[in-house]
Design a protein around this ligand. Structure first.
Ligand SMILES: [Zn+2]
Length: 115
């Protein structure tokens, strides 16, 4: 897998965990389910370490998507982007590096990873 894509997927997981732990609406849902997140500081440190390894333009695009949709990465299954449920164009699929490069969905612009 492309190193940058792998970092983005890890960053995305951490961002969702941090959001769930810090935003009241999500934090209450987690509490209701019996989860209590300890050590938010170490999560934040791991998060910052990941960000430092990513290119600024990648982070800009990622941040914009995360702020707008709450998700910045979408899986592709059988040629369908699960970020927007677009059947990806055949040529796009044929020419895709499929996890060996950074790609965005032509419709929702989310970063794609192929299942
Ligand atoms: Zn999409």
């Amino acid at each position: 897998m492309n190193a940058e894509l792998e970092l983005l997927i890890k960053l995305h997981d951490l961002d969702i965990m941090i959001r769930d732990a810090t935003e009241e609406q999500y934090a209450n849902e987690e509490k209701d389910m019996g989860f209590v997140l300890r050590n938010l500081t170490s999560l934040q440190q791991a998060h910052d370490k990941l960000r430092a390894q990513l290119a600024p333009e990648t982070l800009r695009h990622y941040d914009r998507l995360f702020a707008r949709y709450g998700r910045a990465i979408a899986p592709v299954n059988e040629g369908v982007c699960y970020g927007c449920f677009l059947q990806l164009p055949t040529l796009f699929v044929q020419e895709s590096k499929q996890n060996e490069g950074l790609e965005v969905c032509p419709k929702c612009r989310k970063f794609l990873y192929w299942l």
